[in-house]
Structures are given as structure tokens and as C-alpha cells.
Design a protein around this ligand. Structure first.
Ligand SMILES: Cc1cc2nc3c(=O)[nH]c(=O)nc-3n(C[C@H](O)[C@H](O)[C@H](O)COP(=O)(O)OP(=O)(O)OC[C@H]3O[C@@H](n4cnc5c(N)ncnc54)[C@H](O)[C@@H]3O)c2cc1C
Ligand SMILES: NC(=O)c1ccc[n+]([C@@H]2O[C@H](COP(=O)([O-])OP(=O)(O)OC[C@H]3O[C@@H](n4cnc5c(N)ncnc54)[C@H](O)[C@@H]3O)[C@@H](O)[C@H]2O)c1
Length: 475
């Protein structure tokens, strides 16, 4: 006889999305079961954000400790120690893991079951020998690397984000298929830690970002020594003399690259296998589980959140979804996912951040009422002091100066975009962005500088000049 549990909520998957729901439900004293078949913390902690940012940090440090005549540093740096960088990655994961652990969640009052979950019917999940009949289910099973059907690929030993962070020695020559955020972040990390790196991208590298600002990142990564082949589609992969050969086609003709290691970073596919979604009456579409604006699936008792629904696949998006699901399940409040105002950051040097509408979306909606306002890092005193003058902030202002979107490339772009994400969520205008005091010297002053340029025409406006003259008569 299986154990039968009848909690209020059953969450499937203990990644960023599932942990958010489980912790919040437990905090409100709700009976919640969390089922996880792999490592607690999911992709972000074990194979994604955390190891990639830790490796980038080690790589940044290696770069900073190298000679830099520009700021007068002539260090005797003899190359990075890849194994030590990998130790750093492991120690960062180990430091964060207790926060996501079974022990912590059981301490919060969550019933954690380590097993693969499968729907047996529209209101029953099996997890090993346990049968779970919950009032509501939340599917948060994440995504996995989408490996394209390239001839010969399955015959070579290729890496994905699930195996890359196990390497203890720097690859001699790392070839990366895919020039998205994973491809570019890992290209820069590895070149700075001693590898030769070639990125092969079928279309445009960092193609989801503002093209002008993405070009600044690509130029910096190329300056580090990474070879980036854009518009180059991979046709086949083979093993040749102990190396991996990638054969591709570009508009200039055939290209062939031989390397010691191959990383496939060509996007994600939702984790649906073995979930029994048909038995649950849950519909699936191309990108993942089909949900309505309130994150409910075709079975009203079942919600789906995070990477498994496709859309924007970020840790903070999964956490945001978790918060919406909790509001809907516990408080029965109407919720509506906002996909436009989700920020993201690519953690290369320089960083690349985005929030809200891009220029094309803004122009489509508001035509010539859109103004693009910019501020360059070179005109910011803090950037000058830090020797970080490569960068640019772009604000997209709509009717009545409303902030519609922002893109930024440069040092600490990820921190500056936080301020702009808050501004967008509070529906702020250029007036708001000029009406606060920014401490000097900070990169945050870029925001005020760009927003101030919205009023660039004011001094030459005859009405404003007349008003100023009139007011001077009063002493
Ligand atoms: C290399 C890399 C770098 C990244 N960097 C960033 C970054 O810097 N910032 C950012 O915001 N995002 C980043 N991301 C994206 C981020 O990792 C994901 O968006 C996030 O992890 C999604 O969370 P999730 O909860 O939807 O899924 P996941 O974290 O993948 O968790 C899903 C969990 O469900 C479990 N599961 C699956 N099927 C079952 C089942 N049948 N039964 C039980 N359990 C199951 C899995 O084992 C897993 O633990 C990165 C991703 C990668 C690959
Ligand atoms: N800093 C961050 O927040 C961060 C970092 C890494 C990953 N992520 C998340 O993980 C997701 C996946 O990242 P990703 O970089 O794998 O995916 P992606 O979809 O963003 O980029 C994949 C790239 O691979 C290219 N490509 C696909 N098939 C190809 C082929 N056969 N040959 C050559 N190029 C090919 C595509 O044109 C695309 O540019 C991201 O969309 C993001 O949501 C976030």
C-alpha cells in the first residue's frame, strides 16, 4: 500500500521557482509537499547561475591580476590556475547550498520527498511509493540543454552546462556552439583562465539584446582573444586525431574549426519527460507547458512556473512566478504575469543589462513619441576613476516622458539596471529620474544624466525663457 498524503499544495521541482512557492506556503502555515528528483537548488545553484558567475569572478580576477599598463600595474602574473578557479566554484556552491537544503526546508515545515514525480491522474501525483492528492499542484521542473540534431554530435564527447563545471583543467581550445548568454559568458571566463576559445553562432551573437550595446560586449570579448564566428551554421561534428572538428557554413563559405573540447550552448528545452502530463490533462505547446496569464495550466488545479513554461528563463523570473502562484493559490487574488518588464543581465565584462521594452517594441506602440536618451560611461566621473570608461546607458522614454525601457552596457550594469527596474515597476517618468539626488561619484548618476537630456530643448524654448525672465522681476 502506498503512503497517501493530502497536502494543500504539492510542488514538483526544488529549483528557484519551486523553492519560492514551498518556502512561502510554509511561512503561511500551509501544508506543503515538495518533490525533487535531483539536487536541491535546481539548475541555478548546481549547473547554472552560481557556478557560471563564480567562474566569471575567478576569470575577472585573473584578468585584473595580469599586467595592465593602462593603470600602471606591471604584475608578474604567470597565468591562472584553473583547478583553483574550479575550487572557488565548488566553494561558492557549497556556501549557498545549505539555504536550499532538505534540512532547511524541513525546518521551515515543508515535507520534502526525494523522488521523481509523475501525475497518475488529474489530481494525483506519484513520488516513489507516495501518493499525493493535493488541493493545488505547482509544476516547476525547469529546463535542460536543447542539443540540436547536428550530424556526428552524439558520437563525440561534448559538454553542456551540466558537465562544464566539472572540468579541473583548462581546455586547450574550447569550441562553443551558440553565442547566447551562456556561450558568451563561458567564452570570456575560459579565455581569461587560459584556454583558446572559438564561438560558432548561426545568427547574431547576443541577438536578444540591443544590437548597438551588444556589439560593445562582443568587441570586448574579442579583445580578450575570443574568436566569434557569427552567421555560421554548424553542419557536422566529428572526432579527428583526438580532437573535435566542427564543420560549418557561413556566407563566406565553408569553415572548419578543430578544438580539444566542445560546449553546446544552443538554448533550453522544458523538462516534461516522465511527468505524466497527459494523465493530468495538462496541455503542452512548443516552448513548454501551456499556461494562461495567471500561470494556470489547462487543468485549473495545476499551475506551472519557471523555465518549464518557456518564455523568459531566469532565476528571478521563476521566483516572480512563484510569488504570483502563491498569491493566486493562498489568497485567491487575480494575478497576471508581466513579461515585458522582466529585467536581465549578461555577466560578461562589460556587463549587459536590459529591462522593459526595447526600441523596436516602443516605436511600434508609440511611434515618433519615443525618445532615446543616452549617457556614456566616459562622461561619468566614477567610471573615469575606475578606468571603466567603456559603456553606455540608453533610456527609452515614451509619451509624457514615461520610462518604457532601458539598456545598459558597462561596469556594474547589473546594479544600475536594478534602479531602472524599480523605476519601471513604479511607472516613473523622466521627471522622477531627474528629481532625486544621486551620491557623487557613482555610476547611478548615469541615470540622471540620460534622463536630464529629455529636457535638453527647455533652455531654448521661448516660453520657458519668458517665464524665467518674468520670475527674475521678483528679486
Ligand atoms: C549556465 C547557465 C547560467 C545561468 N545564469 C543565470 C543568471 O545569471 N541569472 C539568471 O537569472 N538565470 C540564469 N540562468 C537561468 C536559471 O538557471 C533558470 O532560469 C532557473 O534555474 C529556472 O528555475 P526553475 O525553478 O524553473 O528550474 P530549475 O532550477 O531547473 O529547477 C527544476 C528542478 O525540478 C527538478 N525536476 C525535474 N523534473 C522533475 C520530476 N519529474 N520530479 C521531481 N523533480 C523534478 C529538477 O531536478 C530541478 O531540480 C542560467 C542558466 C544556465 C544554464
Ligand atoms: N546571465 C543570465 O541571466 C543568463 C546566463 C546564461 C543563461 N541564461 C538563461 O539560459 C538561457 C539559455 O542560454 P543559451 O545561451 O543556451 O540560449 P540562447 O537561446 O539565448 O542562445 C543560443 C544561441 O545559440 C544559437 N544556435 C542555436 N542553434 C545553433 C547551431 N546549430 N549552430 C550555431 N548556433 C546555434 C542561437 O542562434 C542563439 O544565439 C537563456 O535564454 C537565459 O534565459 C541566463
Amino acid at each position: 500500500m502506498p503512503d497517501i498524503l493530502t497536502p494543500d499544495i504539492c510542488v514538483i521541482g526544488a529549483g528557484s521557482g519551486g523553492l519560492t512557492v514551498a518556502a512561502a506556503a510554509a511561512a503561511f502555515g500551509v501544508d506543503v509537499v515538495l518533490v525533487e528528483k535531483g539536487l536541491m537548488g535546481g539548475d541555478c545553484l548546481n549547473y547554472g547561475c552560481v557556478p557560471s558567475k563564480a567562474l566569471l569572478s575567478a576569470a575577472k580576477s585573473a584578468k585584473a591580476h595580469g599586467p595592465d599598463p593602462k593603470i600602471g600595474v606591471e604584475a608578474g602574473f604567470s597565468g591562472a590556475n584553473f583547478a583553483s578557479a574550479n575550487d572557488h566554484v565548488r566553494s561558492v556552491i557549497a556556501a549557498i547550498a545549505p539555504h536550499d537544503s532538505v534540512e532547511r526546508f524541513e525546518g521551515l515545515g515543508v515535507n520534502v520527498i526525494k523522488a521523481a514525480a509523475r501525475f497518475a491522474s488529474p489530481d494525483t501525483v506519484m513520488a516513489g511509493e507516495t501518493e499525493i492528492r493535493a488541493r493545488r499542484f505547482v509544476v516547476a521542473t525547469g529546463s535542460s540543454p536543447a542539443v540540436p540534431p547536428i550530424p556526428g554530435l552524439s558520437d563525440v564527447d561534448y559538454l553542456t552546462n551540466e558537465s562544464l563545471f566539472e572540468l579541473r583543467q583548462a581546455p586547450e581550445h574550447l569550441i562553443i556552439i551558440g553565442g547566447g548568454p551562456i556561450g558568451l559568458e563561458m567564452a570570456q571566463a575560459h579565455i581569461r583562465l587560459g584556454s583558446r576559445v572559438t564561438v560558432v553562432e548561426a545568427q547574431k551573437a547576443l541577438g536578444k539584446d540591443d544590437p548597438e550595446l551588444a556589439a560593445i560586449v562582443l568587441s570586448a570579448v574579442k579583445k580578450d582573444g575570443v574568436e566569434i564566428l557569427e552567421g555560421t551554421a554548424v553542419k557536422s561534428v566529428s572526432a579527428v586525431d583526438g580532437l573535435i572538428q566542427v564543420d560549418a557554413e557561413s556566407s563566406h563559405g565553408a569553415v572548419s574549426v578543430k578544438g580539444s573540447h566542445l560546449l553546446v550552448a544552443t538554448g533550453r528545452k522544458p523538462n516534461l519527460d516522465g511527468l505524466g502530463l497527459e494523465a493530468a490533462g495538462v496541455d503542452v505547446e512548443r516552448g513548454g507547458i501551456k499556461v494562461d496569464k495567471g500561470l494556470r495550466t489547462s487543468n485549473r488545479k495545476i499551475y506551472a512556473i519557471g523555465d518549464v513554461i518557456g518564455g523568459l528563463q531566469f532565476t528571478h523570473a521563476a521566483g516572480y512566478h512563484g510569488g504570483l502562484a502563491i498569491r493566486s493559490i493562498l489568497f485567491r487574488l487575480p494575478v497576471r504575469e508581466d513579461r515585458v518588464n522582466m529585467p536581465w543581465v549578461t555577466y560578461t565584462s562589460p556587463e549587459l543589462g536590459h529591462v522593459g521594452m526595447n526600441e523596436a517594441q516602443a516605436r511600434k506602440q508609440h511611434g515618433d513619441k519615443v525618445k532615446i536618451l543616452t549617457a556614456d560611461y566616459a562622461a561619468n566621473d566614477r567610471a573615469q576613476a575606475e578606468g571603466a570608461t567603456i559603456g553606455r546607458l540608453k533610456l527609452i522614454a515614451g509619451p509624457r516622458g514615461k520610462l518604457l525601457g532601458a539598456d545598459i552596457v558597462g561596469a556594474q550594469a547589473g546594479e544600475v539596471i536594478n534602479l531602472l527596474s524599480l523605476a519601471i515597476s513604479k511607472k516613473m517618468t523622466m521627471k522622477d529620474l531627474t528629481g532625486f539626488v544621486a551620491p557623487y561619484p557613482t555610476l547611478g548618476e548615469l541615470v540622471r544624466r540620460a534622463a536630464t537630456s529629455y529636457y535638453a530643448d527647455a533652455p531654448s524654448n521661448p516660453w520657458v525663457r519668458r517665464l524665467v525672465r518674468f520670475l527674475t522681476q521678483f528679486g
